[in-house]
Design a protein around this ligand. Structure first.
Ligand SMILES: CC(C)(COP(=O)(O)OP(=O)(O)OC[C@H]1O[C@@H](n2cnc3c(N)ncnc32)[C@H](O)[C@@H]1OP(=O)(O)O)[C@@H](O)C(=O)NCCC(=O)NCCS
Length: 339
């Protein structure tokens, strides 16, 4: 019978359950320190895609049994040459050709959609970190993809971090940040800052190191930010923000966000942090991050771990994260492949 690939039918409970089972068991096996993936989260991801992205999900069956999943996501307003690929195979049926079949499917899909580059990522072990399956990198090499951007995930443990050091860091940073006022909010951005959030979010691809990745700046405007916020609300994600406002112009000079998956109270994701290039050198990155950690913990008292990814070469952001107490856990490689 071999490998048979079909689209996920979002009206079919069995498809959704199979998709969820593979996704959850893969996560628990490959990155056991991530929080457990819940069915609600899987359903939220399937039913409520972010605007400006067109997702297509597939299930691979091996001899009739669900064995692998594939999400192919098409950027619609920028990067229209790209397909994002997320490919996972149930750990107990690996090395039987399911991954290869899904990868080939992704390549053919990209051709059919007129896109010439596929992109994805995989996790790796780093010295001193927990073990990681070297099969992911071996698979990527076997598929002939090019590693394009090495990243490192760091984790903050709020139970063990030195919070006195945070007070010193905040005092030092404030001394350099005259003329800026810190603000924070929960969930959707207030109307008077949403355009600035869009401007800052749109700079991420320009300002953060992208290695060899052939990825254009993303186009963000107020509508796209509002669309993203609606999706987070529908999924049940919670998100907390802090920003620095430049007093004399009223513009946001720096912004950062921490988000929680719907059923998790002990672990969160440190998302975008960005300082406008015109306002660098005032320790605003450090200030907004620390402010947001305090702000988040005030609303989420059970929070223990915060995870963040940085390009391995992103020295400035990494220095801030290390000073706050984030520590390296594992490596992640963004790859790309011409099709
Ligand atoms: C990576 C992954 C998708 C591979 O799935 P799979 O079904 O086991 O892959 P295949 O059986 O089709 O393997 C294809 C080739 O990849 C290479 N490969 C795969 N796993 C390997 C391993 N553990 N060790 C060495 N080579 C490996 C081999 O060359 C293999 O061909 P061969 O078996 O004929 O020698 C799977 O391990 C997985 O789900 N990992 C977690 C998610 C992930 O990292 N996804 C992104 C991948 S870029």
């Amino acid at each position: 019978m071999g490998v048979h690939i079909t689209p996920v039918d979002l009206d079919e409970d069995l498809d959704i359950q199979a998709f969820h089972h593979i996704s959850a068991v893969t996560r628990a096996t490959d990155v056991p320190d991530f929080p457990e993936l819940t069915l609600r989260e899987t359903i939220g991801g399937l039913r409520y895609p972010f605007p400006a992205r067109e997702p297509h999900q597939y299930l691979a069956r091996l001899d009739g049994e669900p064995a692998g999943i594939l999400t192919l996501s098409l950027p619609l307003t920028d990067n229209t040459h790209v397909v994002h690929v997320d490919l996972e195979v149930r750990p107990d049926v690996r090395r039987r050709g399911v991954g290869r079949a899904l990868f080939q499917f992704a390549v053919e899909f990209a051709h059919a959609k007129g896109r010439n580059l596929i992109m994805g990522d995989y996790g790796t072990h780093i010295p001193g970190g927990p073990p990681r399956d070297p099969g992911h990198a071996a698979f990527a090499a076997a598929m002939g993809v090019s590693p394009a951007l090495p990243e490192v995930r760091r984790r903050l443990d709020l139970d063990t971090v030195d919070k006195d050091a945070w007070n010193e860091l905040t005092a030092e940073a404030r001394a350099r940040a005259d003329g800026y006022t810190l603000i924070s909010w929960v969930g959707a951005a207030p109307d008077d800052v949403v355009a600035d959030v869009a401007r800052l979010e749109g700079r991420m691809v320009t300002d953060a190191p992208m290695g060899e990745l052939r990825y254009e700046p993303e186009k963000y405007d107020t509508d796209r930010i509002r669309g993203n916020e609606r999706v987070l609300e529908l999924r049940g994600d919670r998100h907390y923000h802090a920003a620095a406002r430049h007093d004399s112009t009223g513009q946001l000079a720096a912004w950062t966000m921490i988000s929680f998956d719907p059923d998790t109270t002990t672990q969160a994701w440190q998302q975008t942090t960005i300082v406008d290039p015109d306002h660098r050198g005032h320790r605003l990155g450090m200030l907004v991050k620390l402010e947001n950690l305090h702000h988040t913990v005030a609303h989420e008292p059970e929070l223990r771990y915060v995870d963040t990814w940085n390009a391995a070469e992103n020295k400035h952001m990494i220095a801030i994260n290390e000073a706050i107490g984030f520590r390296a856990v594992d490596g992640w490689v963004d790859w790309q492949h011409d099709v």
